[in-house]
Design a binder for this molecule. Structure first.
Ligand SMILES: Nc1ncnc2c1ncn2[C@@H]1O[C@H](COP(=O)(O)OP(=O)(O)O)[C@@H](O)[C@H]1O
Ligand SMILES: [Mg+2]
Length: 340
C-alpha cells in the first residue's frame, strides 16, 4: 500500500494517483448508470446532480464538468485531491467513482442534504454568532488538514461549505477544483473576488498588458487564511468587507490604513460592530504581509470569546453598523474567477 509521508509528500502522492486514475478512467453515459433526479448546484466550473445509482439505488451528488471547458489533467487533479482529503469529517466524502462520458468528466460525491453556507446568509444581517463559531471551528480543522498535506484550497467561500443541518452542527468543505500544491506559481489572474488576498489581487494585469508588473506568486496556505477571514466577516454581517483588495477600493484602503497604523487610526465603521478581541482575531487572519499571516487555526483561540458587540441602543453604529454603501451578499455574487 502507498503511504503518505510528511506534508511535502502530498503533491507527489496526488500526481501518482492522477496517473493511475487516468489509466483506469471508465467510460460511461450518465443516464445508463444513474437516475438523474435534479440539479442541486451549479458553480463556475461544473454542475452537481442529485442521482441514484441504477443498480443499488444509492443517492449521490454527481459533479459533472463539461469536456469543452475542462482539461483532463484539471479534472484528474480535482478528483484525486478530493479523494485524498475525503476522509476528514469536515470535508465532503467521495465514492471512488470517476468517469468520462462523451461530453463530460464526472465523479460521485457523498450527497450533503442541507444547503450551502451562502444560502443561509441573510443579506445585511448574516448568521448568528453562535452558528458562525460552529462553522469556524470546523472549517479551521479542515484547513489544518489540507495545509498539513502541503495543499492550498484556493477557493474558500461560503458557496463551498456544505451543510448537513441548518444550525451548522456539521459542515463540510467542498470544491477542490482550484486546489494546488503549496509552492505552485501563479503568473496572473484574470479577475478578482472579495475573498482574494491583496498579494493575489495584485496579479491582475493592467489594461492592455498580458502579465502583471509583480513577479509570479507562490501559492501558500496563507491565501486560505485570508479568505477564511473574509468568509467570517461575510457570514457575521451579510456584507462583503470590500469588493477587492486593491488601492481603488476605499473599504479595503480604510482597513489597510487601520492595520498599518492601529494606534492612530480608528477601526473602520463597518468593523465597529465587533469586540476588540474579535478585531484582534480579524487583524491576525487579515494580516497584510502574507509571510506574517498565521495559519487558520488561530481562530480556535477566539471561539470562547464574544465577537459581536451587543446592539447599540442609541443607534450610534447606524442600522447596518455603518455599512449602508457596502455590497450585500446576494446570489449574483456566487462566482469564482479563473486562475491561471
Ligand atoms: N456533495 C454535494 N452535496 C450537495 N450539494 C453540493 C455538493 N457538492 C456541491 N454542491 C452544491 O453545488 C454547488 C457547486 O458545486 P462546486 O463543487 O462548488 O462546483 P464549482 O467548482 O463549479 O464551483 C455548491 O456551491 C453546492 O451548492
Ligand atoms: Mg464552488
Amino acid at each position: 500500500m502507498m503511504e503518505l509521508g510528511p506534508a511535502e509528500d502530498g503533491g507527489s502522492y496526488i500526481e501518482e494517483l492522477m496517473e493511475l486514475t487516468a489509466q483506469s478512467l471508465s467510460r460511461l453515459e450518465i443516464q445508463e448508470h444513474f437516475n438523474v433526479i435534479k440539479e442541486i448546484g451549479r458553480g463556475k466550473y461544473g454542475r452537481v446532480l442529485l442521482v441514484t445509482h441504477r443498480c443499488r439505488g444509492t443517492p449521490m451528488a454527481l459533479k459533472v464538468l463539461p469536456k469543452a471547458s475542462t482539461k483532463l489533467k484539471g479534472f484528474l487533479r480535482e478528483y484525486c485531491i478530493s479523494l485524498r482529503l475525503s476522509s476528514h469529517p469536515c470535508i465532503v466524502g467521495l465514492f471512488g467513482i470517476a468517469f468520462q462520458s462523451d461530453e463530460h468528466y464526472g465523479f460521485a460525491q457523498e450527497l450533503v442534504v442541507g444547503r450551502d453556507l451562502f444560502a443561509i446568509i441573510k443579506p445585511r444581517v448574516g448568521i448568528s454568532e453562535r452558528v458562525v463559531k460552529r462553522c469556524a471551528v470546523q472549517i479551521a480543522s479542515a484547513l489544518e488538514f489540507i495545509h498539513h498535506l502541503g495543499l492550498v484550497h484556493r477557493d474558500i467561500k461560503p458557496e463551498n461549505v456544505l451543510l448537513l443541518d441548518t444550525q451548522c452542527r456539521h459542515v463540510k468543505l467542498a470544491d477542490f477544483g482550484l486546489t494546488q500544491k503549496r509552492g505552485t506559481f501563479i503568473r496572473y489572474i484574470s479577475s478578482t473576488l472579495p475573498y482574494m488576498a491583496p498579494e493575489l489581487c495584485a496579479m491582475v494585469p493592467e489594461a492592455g498588458q498580458e502579465t502583471p508588473k509583480v513577479p509570479p506568486l507562490s501559492i501558500q496556505p496563507n491565501l486560505d487564511t485570508w479568505a477564511f477571514g473574509v468568509l467570517l466577516f461575510c457570514i457575521l454581517t451579510g456584507f462583503f468587507p470590500w469588493e477587492n483588495c486593491t488601492s481603488t477600493d476605499s473599504f479595503y484602503e480604510e482597513f489597510a490604513e487601520w492595520r498599518q497604523n492601529p494606534e492612530t487610526t480608528e477601526v473602520p465603521s463597518q468593523w465597529m460592530r465587533f469586540t476588540p478581541v474579535c478585531m484582534e482575531m480579524f487583524a491576525k487572519l487579515l494580516t497584510l504581509e502574507p509571510n506574517d499571516r498565521p495559519t487558520a487555526d488561530v481562530v480556535k483561540g477566539y471561539v470562547g470569546k464574544d465577537w459581536v458587540r451587543p446592539k447599540c441602543p442609541n443607534g450610534l453604529m447606524g442600522e447596518n453598523g455603518g455599512v449602508s454603501s457596502m455590497t450585500t451578499l446576494s446570489s449574483p455574487c456566487r462566482s469564482s474567477p479563473v486562475l491561471q
